[in-house]
Design a protein around this ligand. Structure first.
Ligand code: ZN
Ligand code: ZN
Length: 413
């Protein structure tokens, strides 16, 4: 394996501005890349990350961390204490892969059929292990570092399971940070939103429209649920355009419609399935009621009825203002002000949200695009990352931790 460290100009500059960080991160880079490629070859689906968790645990132990395994299923928590009073910084990586094919050309392509690291969680795990090794050598200035390796992000369940299993307690975490690799940004670039919420709350719903079936040639003898559904589909979009503040964001999308068995039969019922995405919790809370009112009003006016089954799944990520400021200062300190881009919130979901509900948190994107091979979007069969970006991920998470601990030295312990 050939790995060139710090070929990019910005990381090389750290040799002048932060020589200690440059040397420490440069010397662990090759190992981190090897870990990432091994994980990439051996992807594991949500809640099945036993091999990955085993590798994480073994490395953490080797580097002097206290390790707790099987937290919330296959999750791992690593703890490093400085012995000097100070706060607790929590850093999170997700470990799961997606149930799809890996079609990258590299020799570290997935060796498992139907499982692939096409969201980059292999990179997240490797980067966080890089931070682990960095601090095992360097030591913390004060306080405690808690590394949280979570399972099952792709199904939105791993973070909640780890929290329920006590991952944020003993010791209690004071600041949480996490990142996601992103091919819309170049290596050496980062982005964070200035909004209060970063990724959307993800909810799903099923709306059953009930009518009265019959012959398609005699519609007057039926209550046609397909016709009613068509009007409900259109009317529900007006929650987004007429009932919600235009400066707030809501997405209401239908992904599945099930009805009927033949062109000449009006069915008894129609099932509409979809997803709702919101940023503000108060907007989210109102959605089921708004949808039910419109859908039943329309159904009843045509002699039908409907039932809404609305499931709240993942909440939105809440970004703490002072944590964002610290991130922004840290990135500027390392790579200059231009390295941090401002992004709009995403209406996609990310279950880091659960941590952000419990602890002041910051979540940011790490640029991983460097040429055609690394320009494919997340969840694409050809998704891959520029491994040079790990240098940036490790240095920013590392220095963010250092800066937070130094700033709050002696406050807890
Ligand atoms: Zn994903
Ligand atoms: Zn992801």
């Amino acid at each position: 394996m050939t790995v060139t460290v710090g070929s990019s100009r910005e990381f090389s500059n750290l040799a002048n501005t932060h020589p200690e960080w440059h040397e420490a991160i440069g010397s662990l880079f090759e190992e981190v890349v090897a870990i990432r490629r091994d994980l990439h070859k051996n992807p594991e689906l949500s809640f099945q990350e036993t091999r990955t968790a085993g590798i994480v645990s073994a490395r953490l132990r080797e580097w002097g961390y206290e390790v707790t395994e099987n937290v919330g299923g296959t999750g791992v928590v690593g703890l490093l204490k400085s012995g000097v009073p100070g706060p607790v910084v929590g850093l999170r990586a997700d470990m799961d892969a997606l149930p799809m094919m890996d079609e990258i050309a590299a020799d570290y392509r997935s060796q498992r059929d139907g499982a692939a690291h096409t969201c980059g969680h292999d990179a997240h795990t490797a980067i966080l292990l890089g931070v682990a090794k960095l601090y095992s050598g360097k030591g913390l200035p004060c306080g405690t570092l808690k590394l949280i390796f979570q399972p099952a992000e792709e199904i939105g369940e791993g973070a909640a399971a780890m929290i329920a299993d006590g991952a944020l307690q003993n010791p209690k975490v004071d600041l949480m940070a996490g990142l996601h690799v992103h091919p819309t940004l170049h290596t050496g670039e980062f982005s964070v939103t200035t909004a209060e919420y970063s990724c959307a709350a993800v909810d799903i719903f099923e709306l059953e429209v009930k009518g009265k079936g019959g012959h398609a040639a005699h519609p007057h003898q039926t209550v046609d649920p397909i016709m009613i559904s068509a009007q409900i589909l259109v009317a529900l979009q007006q929650i987004v355009s007429r009932q919600v503040d235009p400066l707030d964001s809501v997405v209401l999308s239908f992904g599945q419609i099930e009805a009927g068995s033949k062109a000449t039969i009006i069915p008894n019922s129609v099932l509409l399935k979809g997803t709702v995405r919101t940023l503000k919790p108060e907007t989210r809370k109102e959605m089921p009621e708004r949808m039910a009112a419109i859908a039943s009003g329309i159904a009843q006016s045509f002699g039908g009825e409907c039932e809404l089954d609305y499931q709240f799944i993942t909440p939105s990520i809440k970004i703490d203002g002072s944590a964002r400021e610290l991130l922004s200062d840290t990135i500027s300190e390392l790579y200059g002000e231009d390295a941090l881009k401002i992004s709009l919130p995403s209406m996609g979901g990310e279950d880091f949200a659960y941590f952000s509900q419990e602890v002041p948190s910051v979540f940011f994107r790490l640029g991983t695009k460097n040429g055609e091979a690394t320009a494919f979007p997340n969840h694409n069969t050809r998704f891959d990352v520029d491994e040079q970006a790990f240098l940036y991920g490790i240095s920013v998470l590392g220095l963010l931790t250092y800066n937070y601990l130094k700033k709050n030295e002696g406050e807890k312990g």
